[in-house]
Ligand binder design. Structure first.
Ligand SMILES: Nc1nc2c(ncn2[C@@H]2O[C@H](COP(=O)(O)OP(=O)(O)OP(=O)(O)O)[C@@H](O)[C@H]2O)c(=O)[nH]1
Length: 381
Protein backbone atom coordinates (compact mmCIF):
# COMPACT_ATOMS: atom_id res chain seq x y z
CA UNK A 1 0.00 0.00 0.00
CA UNK A 2 2.85 2.36 1.02
CA UNK A 3 4.73 1.61 -2.25
CA UNK A 4 1.53 2.24 -4.23
CA UNK A 5 1.06 5.61 -2.54
CA UNK A 6 4.70 6.51 -3.29
CA UNK A 7 4.20 5.68 -6.97
CA UNK A 8 0.98 7.68 -7.01
CA UNK A 9 2.78 10.73 -5.52
CA UNK A 10 5.60 10.31 -8.05
CA UNK A 11 3.11 10.24 -10.94
CA UNK A 12 1.30 13.32 -9.63
CA UNK A 13 4.66 15.09 -9.24
CA UNK A 14 5.68 14.31 -12.81
CA UNK A 15 2.25 15.47 -14.02
CA UNK A 16 2.55 18.81 -12.20
CA UNK A 17 6.09 19.32 -13.50
CA UNK A 18 4.94 18.58 -17.05
CA UNK A 19 2.07 21.05 -16.69
CA UNK A 20 4.41 23.77 -15.38
CA UNK A 21 6.75 23.15 -18.32
CA UNK A 22 3.92 23.55 -20.84
CA UNK A 23 2.62 26.73 -19.14
CA UNK A 24 6.16 28.11 -19.09
CA UNK A 25 6.68 27.47 -22.79
CA UNK A 26 3.38 29.08 -23.76
CA UNK A 27 4.18 32.06 -21.54
CA UNK A 28 7.54 32.49 -23.23
CA UNK A 29 5.93 32.28 -26.64
CA UNK A 30 3.43 35.00 -25.74
CA UNK A 31 6.10 37.26 -24.24
CA UNK A 32 8.25 36.85 -27.32
CA UNK A 33 5.42 37.81 -29.61
CA UNK A 34 6.92 40.26 -32.09
CA UNK A 35 5.35 43.75 -31.89
CA UNK A 36 4.66 43.93 -35.61
CA UNK A 37 7.11 42.83 -38.21
CA UNK A 38 10.18 44.98 -38.76
CA UNK A 39 9.80 44.58 -42.51
CA UNK A 40 6.23 45.91 -42.50
CA UNK A 41 7.21 48.90 -40.42
CA UNK A 42 9.64 50.24 -42.94
CA UNK A 43 8.06 48.91 -46.11
CA UNK A 44 7.44 51.61 -48.66
CA UNK A 45 3.73 51.91 -49.36
CA UNK A 46 2.83 51.47 -53.01
CA UNK A 47 -0.33 53.53 -52.83
CA UNK A 48 -0.88 57.20 -52.14
CA UNK A 49 -2.78 56.33 -48.99
CA UNK A 50 -0.87 57.13 -45.82
CA UNK A 51 0.24 54.00 -44.04
CA UNK A 52 0.63 53.30 -40.40
CA UNK A 53 4.06 52.05 -39.54
CA UNK A 54 2.81 50.38 -36.39
CA UNK A 55 5.78 49.84 -34.20
CA UNK A 56 3.70 49.49 -31.12
CA UNK A 57 1.55 46.40 -31.51
CA UNK A 58 0.45 45.33 -34.96
CA UNK A 59 -1.23 41.96 -35.46
CA UNK A 60 1.25 39.25 -34.70
CA UNK A 61 1.05 35.56 -34.05
CA UNK A 62 2.41 33.92 -30.95
CA UNK A 63 5.52 32.02 -31.83
CA UNK A 64 8.55 30.88 -29.96
CA UNK A 65 10.34 29.97 -33.18
CA UNK A 66 11.44 33.42 -34.27
CA UNK A 67 12.56 35.33 -31.20
CA UNK A 68 15.05 37.29 -33.32
CA UNK A 69 12.15 39.13 -34.97
CA UNK A 70 11.27 40.84 -31.71
CA UNK A 71 12.12 44.56 -31.95
CA UNK A 72 13.73 45.53 -28.68
CA UNK A 73 12.08 48.66 -27.43
CA UNK A 74 14.46 51.21 -26.00
CA UNK A 75 13.82 52.87 -22.68
CA UNK A 76 14.39 56.62 -23.12
CA UNK A 77 16.64 58.21 -20.52
CA UNK A 78 14.80 59.57 -17.46
CA UNK A 79 14.45 63.32 -17.00
CA UNK A 80 16.78 63.76 -14.01
CA UNK A 81 19.84 62.05 -15.46
CA UNK A 82 19.25 63.60 -18.89
CA UNK A 83 19.21 67.10 -17.44
CA UNK A 84 22.36 66.62 -15.37
CA UNK A 85 24.20 65.21 -18.38
CA UNK A 86 23.02 67.91 -20.76
CA UNK A 87 23.71 70.81 -18.38
CA UNK A 88 27.32 69.63 -18.27
CA UNK A 89 27.41 69.51 -22.04
CA UNK A 90 25.94 73.01 -22.29
CA UNK A 91 28.55 74.26 -19.90
CA UNK A 92 31.26 72.63 -22.00
CA UNK A 93 30.22 74.43 -25.18
CA UNK A 94 29.21 77.82 -23.82
CA UNK A 95 31.40 78.65 -20.83
CA UNK A 96 34.01 80.49 -22.94
CA UNK A 97 31.64 83.42 -23.38
CA UNK A 98 30.83 83.74 -19.67
CA UNK A 99 34.44 83.36 -18.59
CA UNK A 100 35.54 86.02 -21.10
CA UNK A 101 32.93 88.48 -19.86
CA UNK A 102 33.72 87.77 -16.25
CA UNK A 103 37.44 88.35 -16.74
CA UNK A 104 36.73 91.72 -18.36
CA UNK A 105 34.22 92.80 -15.70
CA UNK A 106 36.58 91.83 -12.90
CA UNK A 107 39.32 94.22 -14.03
CA UNK A 108 40.34 96.83 -11.47
CA UNK A 109 39.54 99.68 -13.83
CA UNK A 110 36.55 99.45 -16.12
CA UNK A 111 37.69 101.96 -18.76
CA UNK A 112 36.17 102.61 -22.19
CA UNK A 113 38.40 100.01 -23.84
CA UNK A 114 37.18 97.37 -21.44
CA UNK A 115 33.53 98.22 -22.11
CA UNK A 116 34.22 98.00 -25.82
CA UNK A 117 35.78 94.57 -25.33
CA UNK A 118 32.70 93.50 -23.38
CA UNK A 119 30.50 94.71 -26.23
CA UNK A 120 32.60 92.86 -28.82
CA UNK A 121 32.48 89.66 -26.78
CA UNK A 122 28.68 89.82 -26.62
CA UNK A 123 28.32 90.62 -30.32
CA UNK A 124 30.58 87.75 -31.33
CA UNK A 125 28.32 85.37 -29.39
CA UNK A 126 25.39 86.37 -31.67
CA UNK A 127 23.38 88.12 -28.95
CA UNK A 128 22.50 90.89 -31.38
CA UNK A 129 23.13 94.63 -31.39
CA UNK A 130 20.17 95.94 -29.39
CA UNK A 131 20.36 93.36 -26.55
CA UNK A 132 24.15 93.89 -26.37
CA UNK A 133 23.73 97.64 -25.94
CA UNK A 134 21.02 97.12 -23.38
CA UNK A 135 23.13 94.71 -21.35
CA UNK A 136 26.24 96.90 -21.45
CA UNK A 137 24.17 99.90 -20.36
CA UNK A 138 22.72 97.97 -17.41
CA UNK A 139 26.13 96.68 -16.37
CA UNK A 140 27.73 100.12 -16.61
CA UNK A 141 24.98 101.70 -14.53
CA UNK A 142 25.08 99.04 -11.86
CA UNK A 143 28.86 99.03 -11.56
CA UNK A 144 28.87 102.82 -11.34
CA UNK A 145 25.88 103.34 -9.03
CA UNK A 146 26.39 100.40 -6.74
CA UNK A 147 30.16 100.89 -6.70
CA UNK A 148 31.72 99.24 -3.70
CA UNK A 149 28.28 98.09 -2.52
CA UNK A 150 27.74 96.12 -5.71
CA UNK A 151 27.51 92.37 -5.50
CA UNK A 152 30.45 90.52 -7.05
CA UNK A 153 30.86 91.04 -10.83
CA UNK A 154 29.80 87.42 -11.24
CA UNK A 155 26.50 87.98 -9.41
CA UNK A 156 25.77 91.21 -11.28
CA UNK A 157 26.51 89.55 -14.64
CA UNK A 158 24.44 86.50 -13.71
CA UNK A 159 21.42 88.61 -12.77
CA UNK A 160 21.61 90.76 -15.87
CA UNK A 161 22.10 87.80 -18.23
CA UNK A 162 19.11 86.02 -16.71
CA UNK A 163 17.02 89.19 -17.19
CA UNK A 164 18.14 89.33 -20.81
CA UNK A 165 17.11 85.73 -21.46
CA UNK A 166 13.79 86.53 -19.75
CA UNK A 167 12.82 83.99 -17.10
CA UNK A 168 9.17 85.15 -17.21
CA UNK A 169 8.36 83.50 -20.57
CA UNK A 170 6.20 80.38 -20.46
CA UNK A 171 8.41 77.64 -21.87
CA UNK A 172 6.15 74.65 -21.32
CA UNK A 173 5.33 72.63 -24.42
CA UNK A 174 1.61 72.83 -25.15
CA UNK A 175 0.94 69.14 -25.60
CA UNK A 176 -2.48 68.85 -23.99
CA UNK A 177 -5.53 68.98 -26.20
CA UNK A 178 -8.95 69.94 -24.89
CA UNK A 179 -12.27 68.07 -24.99
CA UNK A 180 -10.55 64.71 -24.96
CA UNK A 181 -8.63 65.54 -28.16
CA UNK A 182 -4.88 64.93 -28.45
CA UNK A 183 -2.37 67.76 -28.28
CA UNK A 184 -1.00 68.50 -31.77
CA UNK A 185 2.57 69.69 -32.21
CA UNK A 186 3.56 70.91 -35.67
CA UNK A 187 7.32 71.00 -36.20
CA UNK A 188 8.61 73.38 -38.89
CA UNK A 189 12.00 74.61 -40.06
CA UNK A 190 14.40 74.36 -43.00
CA UNK A 191 15.80 70.99 -44.00
CA UNK A 192 18.94 70.11 -42.14
CA UNK A 193 18.08 72.20 -39.08
CA UNK A 194 17.36 69.01 -37.15
CA UNK A 195 13.57 68.80 -37.44
CA UNK A 196 13.21 65.06 -37.86
CA UNK A 197 15.75 64.38 -35.14
CA UNK A 198 13.92 66.79 -32.83
CA UNK A 199 10.55 65.13 -33.48
CA UNK A 200 12.15 61.79 -32.61
CA UNK A 201 13.74 63.17 -29.45
CA UNK A 202 10.50 64.81 -28.28
CA UNK A 203 8.65 61.55 -28.79
CA UNK A 204 11.15 59.83 -26.49
CA UNK A 205 10.68 62.46 -23.79
CA UNK A 206 6.92 61.99 -24.00
CA UNK A 207 7.22 58.20 -23.91
CA UNK A 208 9.43 58.51 -20.81
CA UNK A 209 6.56 60.51 -19.27
CA UNK A 210 4.12 57.70 -20.10
CA UNK A 211 2.32 59.70 -22.78
CA UNK A 212 0.97 57.92 -25.82
CA UNK A 213 2.26 59.41 -29.06
CA UNK A 214 1.66 59.22 -32.83
CA UNK A 215 4.17 60.61 -35.32
CA UNK A 216 3.19 62.05 -38.71
CA UNK A 217 5.92 61.93 -41.37
CA UNK A 218 4.60 64.82 -43.45
CA UNK A 219 8.06 65.58 -44.89
CA UNK A 220 7.13 63.52 -47.93
CA UNK A 221 9.70 65.19 -50.17
CA UNK A 222 12.65 63.41 -48.69
CA UNK A 223 12.21 59.65 -48.49
CA UNK A 224 15.14 59.42 -46.09
CA UNK A 225 13.42 61.78 -43.65
CA UNK A 226 10.38 59.50 -43.61
CA UNK A 227 12.50 56.40 -43.06
CA UNK A 228 14.46 58.23 -40.38
CA UNK A 229 11.25 59.10 -38.52
CA UNK A 230 9.94 55.54 -38.86
CA UNK A 231 13.13 54.32 -37.19
CA UNK A 232 12.75 56.81 -34.33
CA UNK A 233 9.18 55.58 -33.79
CA UNK A 234 10.10 51.95 -34.03
CA UNK A 235 12.77 52.28 -31.36
CA UNK A 236 10.29 53.38 -28.71
CA UNK A 237 7.13 51.66 -29.95
CA UNK A 238 5.44 54.77 -31.33
CA UNK A 239 3.31 54.41 -34.49
CA UNK A 240 4.38 56.51 -37.48
CA UNK A 241 1.95 57.60 -40.19
CA UNK A 242 3.68 57.93 -43.52
CA UNK A 243 2.60 58.53 -47.10
CA UNK A 244 3.91 57.85 -50.55
CA UNK A 245 7.10 59.60 -51.62
CA UNK A 246 6.20 63.05 -52.97
CA UNK A 247 2.63 62.45 -51.79
CA UNK A 248 0.50 65.16 -50.26
CA UNK A 249 1.99 66.20 -46.89
CA UNK A 250 -1.38 67.54 -45.76
CA UNK A 251 -2.98 64.14 -46.27
CA UNK A 252 -0.32 62.49 -44.07
CA UNK A 253 -0.80 65.17 -41.42
CA UNK A 254 -4.57 64.63 -41.55
CA UNK A 255 -4.25 60.87 -41.18
CA UNK A 256 -1.81 61.25 -38.31
CA UNK A 257 -4.21 63.55 -36.46
CA UNK A 258 -7.09 61.20 -37.22
CA UNK A 259 -5.16 58.19 -35.95
CA UNK A 260 -4.41 60.07 -32.74
CA UNK A 261 -8.05 61.14 -32.27
CA UNK A 262 -9.52 57.73 -33.13
CA UNK A 263 -6.96 55.85 -31.06
CA UNK A 264 -7.30 58.15 -28.03
CA UNK A 265 -3.59 59.05 -28.07
CA UNK A 266 -2.27 61.91 -25.93
CA UNK A 267 -0.12 63.72 -28.50
CA UNK A 268 0.54 63.78 -32.23
CA UNK A 269 3.84 65.22 -33.51
CA UNK A 270 3.92 66.21 -37.17
CA UNK A 271 7.24 66.56 -39.02
CA UNK A 272 6.93 68.89 -42.03
CA UNK A 273 9.04 69.67 -45.08
CA UNK A 274 11.05 72.88 -44.90
CA UNK A 275 11.63 73.95 -48.44
CA UNK A 276 12.36 77.63 -48.41
CA UNK A 277 12.58 78.33 -52.12
CA UNK A 278 9.68 80.74 -52.00
CA UNK A 279 7.55 82.10 -49.25
CA UNK A 280 4.24 81.73 -51.08
CA UNK A 281 4.80 77.98 -51.65
CA UNK A 282 5.82 77.43 -48.07
CA UNK A 283 2.85 79.40 -46.83
CA UNK A 284 0.45 77.41 -49.01
CA UNK A 285 1.89 74.12 -47.88
CA UNK A 286 2.14 74.78 -44.15
CA UNK A 287 -1.21 76.59 -44.18
CA UNK A 288 -2.87 73.58 -45.77
CA UNK A 289 -1.18 71.15 -43.37
CA UNK A 290 -2.46 73.15 -40.41
CA UNK A 291 -5.98 73.53 -41.84
CA UNK A 292 -6.48 69.82 -42.50
CA UNK A 293 -5.10 68.84 -39.09
CA UNK A 294 -7.58 71.20 -37.48
CA UNK A 295 -10.46 69.29 -39.05
CA UNK A 296 -9.49 66.69 -36.46
CA UNK A 297 -8.02 68.63 -33.54
CA UNK A 298 -6.60 72.11 -32.89
CA UNK A 299 -2.85 72.55 -33.25
CA UNK A 300 -1.61 73.28 -29.73
CA UNK A 301 2.04 74.08 -30.48
CA UNK A 302 4.01 75.18 -33.55
CA UNK A 303 7.71 74.61 -32.95
CA UNK A 304 10.28 76.27 -35.17
CA UNK A 305 13.54 74.32 -35.30
CA UNK A 306 16.64 76.46 -35.87
CA UNK A 307 20.27 75.40 -36.17
CA UNK A 308 22.22 77.47 -33.62
CA UNK A 309 25.36 77.31 -35.73
CA UNK A 310 23.86 79.25 -38.65
CA UNK A 311 23.96 82.73 -37.07
CA UNK A 312 22.32 85.40 -39.20
CA UNK A 313 20.95 82.79 -41.62
CA UNK A 314 18.99 81.29 -38.78
CA UNK A 315 17.56 84.69 -37.99
CA UNK A 316 16.40 85.15 -41.59
CA UNK A 317 14.74 81.71 -41.53
CA UNK A 318 13.07 82.58 -38.25
CA UNK A 319 11.60 85.72 -39.79
CA UNK A 320 10.23 83.91 -42.86
CA UNK A 321 8.66 81.06 -40.90
CA UNK A 322 7.10 83.40 -38.36
CA UNK A 323 5.43 85.27 -41.21
CA UNK A 324 4.06 82.01 -42.60
CA UNK A 325 2.87 80.21 -39.46
CA UNK A 326 2.07 81.31 -35.96
CA UNK A 327 5.22 80.01 -34.25
CA UNK A 328 4.64 79.37 -30.53
CA UNK A 329 8.04 78.03 -29.51
CA UNK A 330 11.61 77.70 -30.76
CA UNK A 331 13.90 74.69 -30.64
CA UNK A 332 17.58 75.61 -30.97
CA UNK A 333 19.55 72.61 -32.17
CA UNK A 334 23.30 71.96 -32.27
CA UNK A 335 24.06 74.21 -29.31
CA UNK A 336 26.70 71.60 -28.50
CA UNK A 337 28.52 72.54 -31.68
CA UNK A 338 28.39 76.30 -31.26
CA UNK A 339 29.87 78.69 -28.73
CA UNK A 340 27.33 81.27 -29.86
CA UNK A 341 24.60 80.70 -27.31
CA UNK A 342 23.70 84.38 -27.61
CA UNK A 343 21.39 83.41 -30.46
CA UNK A 344 18.88 82.40 -27.76
CA UNK A 345 18.47 86.07 -26.88
CA UNK A 346 18.49 87.30 -30.49
CA UNK A 347 15.86 84.89 -31.76
CA UNK A 348 13.52 85.38 -28.82
CA UNK A 349 13.70 89.14 -29.38
CA UNK A 350 13.10 88.76 -33.08
CA UNK A 351 10.05 86.51 -32.80
CA UNK A 352 8.74 87.40 -29.36
CA UNK A 353 8.34 83.70 -28.55
CA UNK A 354 10.41 81.63 -26.13
CA UNK A 355 13.12 79.10 -26.83
CA UNK A 356 11.50 76.01 -25.32
CA UNK A 357 14.00 73.26 -26.09
CA UNK A 358 17.67 73.00 -26.93
CA UNK A 359 19.42 70.24 -28.87
CA UNK A 360 22.76 69.31 -27.37
CA UNK A 361 24.00 66.41 -29.44
CA UNK A 362 23.18 63.69 -31.91
CA UNK A 363 22.29 61.11 -29.27
CA UNK A 364 18.63 60.07 -29.03
CA UNK A 365 18.11 61.73 -25.65
CA UNK A 366 20.18 64.86 -26.28
CA UNK A 367 17.30 67.32 -26.06
CA UNK A 368 16.64 69.45 -22.98
CA UNK A 369 14.06 71.99 -21.90
CA UNK A 370 15.52 75.48 -22.03
CA UNK A 371 15.97 76.86 -18.51
CA UNK A 372 17.25 80.47 -18.30
CA UNK A 373 19.03 80.07 -14.95
CA UNK A 374 20.71 76.80 -15.88
CA UNK A 375 21.70 78.31 -19.23
CA UNK A 376 23.32 81.37 -17.63
CA UNK A 377 25.05 79.21 -15.02
CA UNK A 378 26.44 77.11 -17.88
CA UNK A 379 27.68 80.30 -19.54
CA UNK A 380 29.43 81.41 -16.38
CA UNK A 381 31.02 78.02 -15.91
N1 LIG B 1 25.43 67.97 -32.81
C1 LIG B 1 24.11 67.98 -33.00
N2 LIG B 1 23.59 67.49 -34.14
C2 LIG B 1 22.25 67.52 -34.31
C3 LIG B 1 21.38 68.06 -33.33
N3 LIG B 1 20.10 67.97 -33.82
C4 LIG B 1 20.19 67.37 -35.03
N4 LIG B 1 21.48 67.11 -35.35
C5 LIG B 1 22.02 66.50 -36.56
O1 LIG B 1 21.70 67.33 -37.67
C6 LIG B 1 21.53 66.56 -38.83
C7 LIG B 1 20.24 66.94 -39.53
O2 LIG B 1 19.16 66.55 -38.73
P1 LIG B 1 17.73 66.16 -39.34
O3 LIG B 1 16.86 65.87 -38.18
O4 LIG B 1 17.85 65.14 -40.40
O5 LIG B 1 17.33 67.53 -40.02
P2 LIG B 1 15.95 67.91 -40.70
O6 LIG B 1 15.74 69.34 -40.39
O7 LIG B 1 14.87 67.00 -40.37
O8 LIG B 1 16.32 67.78 -42.20
P3 LIG B 1 15.56 66.91 -43.27
O9 LIG B 1 15.48 65.54 -42.70
O10 LIG B 1 16.46 67.04 -44.45
O11 LIG B 1 14.24 67.57 -43.43
C8 LIG B 1 21.58 65.11 -38.37
O12 LIG B 1 22.87 64.61 -38.63
C9 LIG B 1 21.35 65.20 -36.87
O13 LIG B 1 21.95 64.14 -36.16
C10 LIG B 1 21.96 68.60 -32.13
O14 LIG B 1 21.30 69.13 -31.23
N5 LIG B 1 23.33 68.52 -32.02
Amino acid sequence: MGALADQLYLLIGIGVLGLLLIVGLVGTAVRRRPRGSGADVLARPDTDEPQVADAGGGAATATAEAPTLEPTLEKPEGTASRLVRLRQRLSGSQSGLGRGLLALLSRDRLDEDTWEDIEDTLLSADIGVAPTQQLVERLRTRMRVEGADAASPRDVLREELINLVDPTMDRRLQISGSDGKPGVVLVVGVNGAGKTTTVGKISRILVAQDKTVVLGAADTFRAAAVDQLATWGERVGVPVIRGAENGDPASVAFEAAKAAVDGGYDVVLVDTAGRLQNKAGLMDELGKVKRVIEKQAPVTEVLLVLDATTGQNGMIQARVFSEVVNVTGIVLTKLDGSAKGGIVVAVQRELGVPVKLVGLGEGPDDLAPFEPEAFVDALLG
